[in-house]
Design a binder for this molecule. Sequence first.
Ligand code: CA
Length: 231
Amino acid sequence: MRILLVEDDQMLGAALREALRDAAHAVDWVHSGEAALLAMRSTPYEAMLLDLGLPGRDGLGVLQSARRAGYQLPVIIVTARDGVDDRIRGLDLGADDYLIKPFATEELLARLRAVARRKAGHAQAVLSTGTVRLDPATREASFGDTTVRLSAREYALMYALLLRPGAVLSRDDLENLIYGWNEEVESNAVEYLIHSIRRKLGAAAIKNVRGVGWVIDRAPQETPRGRADPA
Ligand code: CA
């Protein structure tokens, strides 16, 4: 997932970025509310992790501005234990969840998985089209009888495709979803990842649409009706 981390505390921010990257997320870290709103304009984030106590415009102000501007991304508020009024206000302003400092990294990761799947319109933890499955908790992917554990980047790419079954994603789309700022992206990185996943899972797991991009087909019995489009 591509995540916007809004945190002015240097140590906490660095630790969070590290933990999120280890968990296969692409993270852009900003230190102020203004920078957060600016970043949202240029990048399609899939979630925001929002500290409330920020210099300048505080977290609640950022949330309010973001929702007013129509940004739908899931927002998890990060706040101090005694901030109960702020947490309530945050939820009422459109936050999806909150975490109380200090928190365990594993809990943050689980909450991110939860808000992401709710946004995508499904309640099950495992993403599946029937033939292709991906378990965000273990990073295991299955296709037919084959089950493999994916690397962080392979997982991020599979997740991006499987969250939008039937949608063809271009190389640019995928780069934007799986790499953060300041990350060196080789020109053929996406192709390399696709190749590597196909070698592990089977070539038919991901379809190539010549000149356009890649797609994981919807389940045959699945209809678009009643499904939120996360794209
Ligand atoms: Ca702070």
